[in-house]
Design a protein around this ligand. Structure first.
Ligand code: FAD
Length: 459
């Protein structure tokens, strides 16, 4: 018998329950990836992610070839392509990973209907893209199907026994009858960030081992907010594309133990938390989770502020540093993401969707669940239990980049400014200030705060 494994954003061979199930059920397996124009139409395929995805597919194909198989790449509407492959190789079942977006729900439903008509079973596996599947823990007694507050979710999530990580299969036999395209090449993608991470399971696992053996995990608790230290794992794009496995990461970190590993596991839980929110509320990708009625400034009115924010020329050094890192690497430190998002939504009073869209245009880890729900968290429209808090970029800069090294790395105009002024260059003595080509602050922070408090009715 033949089984098809539809890969989506679970691009690895290790710890892959759908592949394992298919190999058990059939003598031959078609590892399939479909380039669906629907993803393009939905705006999900920004150049940085396209390039990273191309690396992942090339690597997956090479890993399958080393095991006697290959990756079958097709282009076209996903349901049509899966059905075509199923009939070409007379497959009896299809396996895939569960996903939480509205797009994924639709894809699964339509695929199930089409395969049902052909008498082919669709098996959807959870704990491939998250460590704990959405809906496994729910708040008892409240009748709600998901947690809206992180801490109680984390407590319950921590008690869920994880399945054992699965080994990489030794051999995969692919039927000759199906043909496909060559995997796309990252080099063909235009408009990528200059310093983009390399994608793929091999790169992800190497990256993970380096981070692990470098001792950063042990120091993670103290260092994860240190902007200049850059000591977080940078595993987010590998997690987004499934090149590394969340179950395996949580298991390894727990085995390692200690405060650093605990703090790291807690961050991985944030990922599952946002996924379970989106699974229950797919509309939260675009609609305010709390149904707030914020009258954000219109995009027309705020056009110049939005452009300055995007380009990293707001005159607030740590904000500008973050925005320039995003453009250069397609990635930004979490502390900087928090700061720049708070600045856009609360200080400039611009709709979180404007910021979320820009992030999705550039982030290599850009992810509907993590991006949209973190934006909502910061904007105070989502799951933050203190929705009115505002991060002050000067205070935050001094605290998380005390020597200004992060600022100097990304804002070279301020390279020679002394530590005491690096987060407030407008305070420099006039003669020095006039020699530096760096913008004045876009807005007075006190004015921004007053507008926000008025808007939220909290003055
Ligand atoms: P580490 O600190 O090493 O953490 C390990 C992993 O835990 C991360 O790779 C990530 O998968 C997960 N994680 C950590 N923090 C969070 C969090 N707050 N929410 C969800 N998962 C988390 N993360 C994305 O993966 N994709 C996004 O599109 C995204 N957009 C964001 C937008 C905003 C406004 C904010 C404030 C945060 C966003 N994050 C997003 C979360 C977080 O900033 C990144 O996951 C993290 O910076 C990635 O770096 P790392 O892998 O070194 O993280």
């Amino acid at each position: 018998a033949v089984a098809v494994v539809l890969f989506t954003s679970d691009l690895r061979l290790h710890d892959h329950p759908p592949l394992r199930a298919a190999l058990r059920a059939a003598d031959e397996v078609v590892p399939l990836f479909v380039q669906d124009p629907g993803v393009h139409a939905a705006g999900f395929d920004a150049p940085n992610r396209q390039a990273f995805l191309a690396d992942c597919l090339t690597d997956l194909d090479a890993a399958l070839r080393a095991r006697g198989g290959r990756l079958v790449v097709r282009a076209g509407p996903v349901v049509r392509e899966v059905c075509a492959v199923v009939s070409e190789c007379r497959a009896v079942e299809v396996h895939m990973a569960a996903h939480v977006t509205a797009y994924a729900h639709r894809r699964e439903r339509r695929l199930r209907e089409a395969l049902d008509e052909r008498g082919v079973a669709l098996h959807v596996h959870d704990t491939v893209t998250t460590a704990v599947a959405p809906g496994v823990v729910t708040p008892s007694g409240s009748g709600s199907d998901h947690y809206a507050v992180f801490t109680p979710y984390f407590r319950r999530w921590s008690q869920v026994p994880l399945r054992k990580p699965l080994p990489t299969p030794r051999a995969v036999r692919v039927p000759d009858a199906v043909d496909g395209l060559a995997p796309p090449a990252a080099a063909d993608v235009e408009g990528t960030s200059p310093d983009l991470a390399e994608g793929g399971e091999t790169a992800g696992r190497e990256h993970c081992s380096r981070w692990w053996s470098g001792g950063e995990l042990g120091r993670y608790e103290e260092q994860h907010d240190d902007l200049a230290g850059d000591a977080t794992s940078r595993l987010s794009p590998y997690l987004h594309f499934g090149a590394v496995s969340p179950v395996e990461l949580v298991t390894r970190a727990r085995d390692h133990g200690g405060p650093g590993a605990d703090a790291f596991v807690r961050q991985l839980c944030w990922r599952d938390f946002h996924h379970q929110v989106l699974a229950a509320r797919p509309d939260a990708a675009t609609a305010d989770y709390r149904g707030r009625d914020d009258r954000w400034r219109s995009e027309d009115e705020a056009a110049e502020d939005i452009a300055a924010w995007r380009d990293g020329r707001t005159g607030y050094p740590v904000v500008d540093a973050g925005m320039r890192q995003l453009r250069h690497e397609g990635w930004m430190h979490n502390r900087a993401r928090l700061l720049v998002a708070s600045f856009l939504t609360k200080t400039l009073y611009v709709d979180w969707r404007v910021g979320a869209r820009h992030f999705l245009d550039l982030l290599v880890d850009g992810d509907v669940a993590n991006n949209q729900l973190n934006w909502q968290w910061v904007a105070g429209t989502g799951t933050d239990t203190r929705p009115h808090r505002v991060l002050n970029p000067v205070v935050q800069g001094k605290r998380f980049d005390p020597q200004g090294s992060y600022v100097r790395r990304w804002v070279p105009e301020l390279r020679d400014v002394a530590d005491r002024w690096v987060h407030e260059p407008w305070k420099l003595p006039d003669d020095e200030r006039s020699r530096i080509d760096y913008p004045e602050p876009l807005i007075d922070l006190a004015d921004g705060l007053a507008r926000f408090k008025r808007a939220r009715g909290r003055d």
